[in-house]
Design a protein around this ligand. Structure first.
Ligand SMILES: Cc1cc2nc3c(=O)[nH]c(=O)nc-3n(C[C@H](O)[C@H](O)[C@H](O)COP(=O)(O)OP(=O)(O)OC[C@H]3O[C@@H](n4cnc5c(N)ncnc54)[C@H](O)[C@@H]3O)c2cc1C
Length: 424
């Protein structure tokens, strides 16, 4: 499909906003309008509320909305992960059911993958799903569930057959979170926020028609979700969303859209995309404090700039190579590793520039507390979506063809594996 130019997109958006943007609308009304105009998720396919644009044009739309003072589309894991996964593996009925409420912000999603004994080795998961007529009964525990407290639906992977090898007996469900068998307990982290939760399932229920991608095919579907997670993080964000968290429980839908524009970015958890722009942020603060010329700070700013540019150009090169059928694989893993490096430099450089003020948080401090928040959040991105070590393992095994880690034969049924405390 031929893509319009950035100028054409900018003009079309500006004209549309002249009529459509009204700060007095509720957030729900504005997001519905944005969805109808197919501006909310421009990277999604045309038949599913998007425009089939690449990330460059999606960023043009982000900027256009910001410049016009209009609220961006819904953020969160529905747009980033659940939607693209359902687009890839869902039936047409599932796409009808789940995609529109993601795009217009009516439903928020969380990712129910990690367990206390299954993080890097995710396929060792033990949460069970047992069939009961046309429903499945879920028992077990998940952990580090980002946004679990406010989500309406969860991307759940659970074990449906212990007689199959561990990667094969897993199924992917769209689980309704608001039900008696689901208990969500927030976990507070060092940022002072509780971004994620533990989630306990005690005979929670999910319908058979909420299986995404077929029975016992959940590993493949989960890998699609993880690939979108890496690409989103490595690319410094998706160019989508940014207008606030969706769903009834998040509590924004009835707010005045105009009020939320001013609030976006303030008092909200730092987003991965913030790190993609950390050079501009830190360089600006260094200039303001008269420290940009200091040898060490200048050197580290140059390093940050160089790596950010390498990331941007590598993403474009990878995209062009894939389009020409010459992709080597591992581009997403490499992008995520590079972003981890950028984040570590930002984590060290921010406090070095701020000096003792780095210990103060909140508005009124230089940079509005963003550097402090980024510093405290910095360990996160190199862990979620697969740790740095796991990215290196994947590159080693799948791209460079190195031998696999030793372990039991792939065909061993899950029930015969010594995994955690499982008794299956
Ligand atoms: C901010 C944040 C948000 C998150 N959000 C979610 C979410 O919404 N949903 C969700 O399901 N999960 C989420 N997670 C969990 C995340 O996916 C896991 O923490 C991650 O996969 C690592 O698993 P683990 O914590 O069990 O660590 P482990 O797997 O126990 O790893 C511990 C250490 O050992 C290393 N290691 C493990 N195996 C190997 C190996 N084979 N080779 C070399 N080194 C190895 C790891 O790199 C790590 O350093 C989130 C995590 C964070 C930090």
């Amino acid at each position: 499909m031929t893509q319009p130019t950035a100028d054409q997109v900018r003009d079309e958006l500006r004209q549309w906003l002249d009529d459509a943007w009204d700060p007095d609308l509720t957030v729900a009304e504005w997001w519905a309008r944005l969805a109808d105009g197919r501006w909310a998720v421009p990277m999604w396919p045309e038949e599913w509320h998007g425009r089939g644009y690449g990330s460059d044009l999606a960023r043009v739309i982000d900027e256009g909305l910001r410049e016009a003072g209009a609220l961006g589309g819904p953020a969160g894991l529905g747009v980033l992960l659940a939607g693209p996964t359902i687009s890839t593996h869902g039936t047409d009925d599932q796409k009808q059911r789940y995609l529109r409420p993601i795009v217009d912000g009516q439903e928020g999603w969380c990712q129910l993958f990690s367990e206390p004994g299954a993080g890097s080795d995710l396929a060792s998961l033990q949460t069970k799903a047992a069939r009961d007529g046309d429903e499945w009964v879920i028992t077990g525990q998940k952990v580090w569930t980002s946004g679990g407290q406010t989500a309406d639906l969860g991307m759940l992977i659970a074990r449906t057959d212990v007689d199959l090898p561990k990667h094969q007996g897993i199924t992917y469900f769209a689980l309704p979170m608001d039900q008696p068998g689901v208990e969500v307990r927030p976990l507070r982290e060092m940022t002072g926020r509780a971004l994620f939760s533990e989630v306990f399932f005690d005979e929670a229920r999910v319908r058979d028609d909420a299986i995404i991608g077929g029975l016992n095919n959940g590993w493949k579907v989960a890998n699609t979700t993880l690939a979108y997670e890496r690409a989103g993080l490595g690319g410094g964000g998706s160019g989508a969303g940014g207008g606030g968290f969706p769903g009834r429980k998040a509590g924004l839908l009835d707010a005045r859209a105009g009020d939320l524009v001013a609030g976006v970015g303030r008092g909200r958890a730092v987003q991965p995309s913030a790190f993609g722009g950390s050079y501009a942020l830190l360089q600006g603060i260094a200039e303001k404090l008269g420290r940009a010329g200091e040898t060490v700070i200048r050197q580290r700013l140059a390093e940050l700039y160089t790596l950010t540019e390498i990331g941007r150009m590598s993403a474009r090169r990878g995209k062009a190579a894939r389009a020409a059928g010459r992709g080597v694989g591992g581009e997403g893993n490499l992008a995520k590793l590079l972003m981890s490096r950028i984040i570590r430099i930002s984590r060290d450089l921010g406090p070095a520039i701020l000096g003792p003020e780095a210990m103060l948080t909140g508005e009124g401090t230089t940079g509005g507390g963003v550097v402090q928040e980024m510093t405290l959040f910095a360990p996160g991105p190199s862990i979620y979506g697969g740790t740095d070590e796991i990215q290196k393992n994947i590159i080693g095994e799948r791209v460079l063809g190195l031998p696999k880690e030793p372990g039991p034969p792939k065909e061993t049924p899950f029930r015969e594996l010594k995994v955690g405390t499982q008794s299956a």
